[in-house]
Design a protein around this ligand. Structure first.
Ligand SMILES: Nc1ncnc2c1ncn2[C@@H]1O[C@H](COP(=O)(O)OP(=O)(O)OP(=O)(O)O)[C@@H](O)[C@H]1O
Ligand code: SF4
Ligand SMILES: [Mg+2]
Length: 342
């Protein structure tokens, strides 16, 4: 498990928290809602976080917490009835939310790449893998066919696939190989940030580990920062540097992976870690009482309060503000002080 120093946010005035290194990704107060017949679901409700070059962030939380919405919002791929209602997604100094559609198309793959949930089913069944890869480069202005092919083969080899896969159709490949192709397409234009949404969920345990190792290696070679979305905290623990725990469209806690596993502050994050089997509890693990709230009927105040064993009166009425607590950013009244909020 990574114990490397955690960088949570960039203090522009002194650079102290980050050693002066600027974040490659800054998400600032991001809001996304889906407007359904039943009402407005705030799938992301004011999420902020920074990611530094080469860092690996794990994004966890129950189903419906807003993890995929976060990935799609970063890519500007939220479709109606959803829309981004506020905030910024700054990659390498450029706010993607403010880009024209045309500029955003260029930014995809070259600044930020996305490996979607169920990515391997996103490959076109009637086009050879090579043609799909070449199309991705062409969309970014590639013209020299030989150079483009060379680049595609290099990307395939970087993810441990044979060059011959260039000529294959998706149905000729195993699940793990298809997932590797999706990773190869993701790194084709050397993006600064790669967002992988549950890249291993449909794979067997051995292949999962291999695919994660591959993402790790190619991102390290590129110096790209990675956001890995997933439910498997065990796998996550071996891969990421820091972890963001989402609850009902909000960031409950963000801290280093080691700190999260040994000293989680937010009661929900704590419960999530406690719910994992480990050597001490010998597989007898406690669940989290209650169920994740429906976004259309979100509890008032802290959305976790009906399930929280430490809930106080204020938790029922007032949403806690995010605050920095040493190496943790945490949204919980237990730690509330009348200090600066984000
Ligand atoms: N197309 C949509 N139309 C309406 N509501 C949506 C749509 N997509 C997502 N939502 C709402 O947004 C919430 C967040 O969904 P999202 O897919 O981001 O969750 P998730 O954390 O990725 O879940 P999972 O772990 O199951 O993948 C859901 O609770 C759902 O109510
Ligand atoms: S704000 Fe209150 S209800 Fe929410 S997690 Fe903290 S203690 Fe529990
Ligand atoms: Mg999802």
């Amino acid at each position: 498990m990574s114990t490397k120093p955690v960088r949570l946010e960039w203090n522009q005035s002194d650079g102290a928290g980050s050693g002066g290194v600027k974040p490659v990704l800054q998400i600032k107060d991001l809001h996304v809602s889906y407007y359904t017949d039943a009402g407005r679901a705030k799938a992301l409700d004011g999420v902020s976080l920074d990611l530094f070059p080469g860092e690996k962030l794990g994004l966890v939380g129950e189903s419906g917490a807003g993890k995929s919405t976060m990935a799609l919002a970063m890519m500007r791929m939220i479709k109606p009835p959803g829309r981004i209602e506020g905030g910024q997604v700054i990659v390498d100094g450029v706010d993607l939310v403010g880009l024209s559609n045309e500029d955003m198309l260029k930014a995809r793959l070259s600044r930020i790449a996305y490996i979607p949930q169920g990515a391997m089913n996103s490959l076109n069944p009637v086009l050879r893998i090579g043609a799909q890869m070449m199309d991705a480069i062409k969309a970014h202005g590639g013209k020299d066919k030989a150079a483009m092919k060379k680049r595609c083969i290099a990307a395939l080899e970087a993810v441990d696939l044979r060059a011959s896969v260039f000529e294959n159709y998706a149905h000729e490949l195993s699940g793990g190989m298809k997932q590797r192709v999706c990773i190869a397409i993701g790194v084709l234009l050397e993006p600064k940030v790669i967002v992988a949404d549950e890249p291993t969920s449909a794979l067997d345990v051995v292949t999962q580990r291999q695919v994660i190792d591959t993402i790790d290696r190619v991102c390290e070679q590129l110096g790209a920062a990675v956001i890995l979305i997933g439910h498997d905290m065990g796998l996550m623990a071996q891969f990421v540097d820091k972890v963001a725990v989402f609850y009902a469209g909000r960031l409950a806690e963000l801290t280093g992976v080691y700190q999260m596993f040994t000293d989680a502050k937010h009661p929900y994050a704590h419960a999530l870690i406690d719910s994992l089997p480990n050597l001490e509890n010998k597989g007898h693990f406690s669940g989290i009482p209650g169920v994740a709230p429906a976004l259309l009927r979100l509890p008032s105040g802290c959305a976790f309060h009906p399930r929280c064993s430490q809930a106080m009166e204020i938790c029922r009425t007032t949403r806690p503000k995010a605050q920095t607590l040493g190496n943790h950013i945490v949204e919980c009244h237990l730690y509330s002080e009348p200090t600066e909020s984000r």
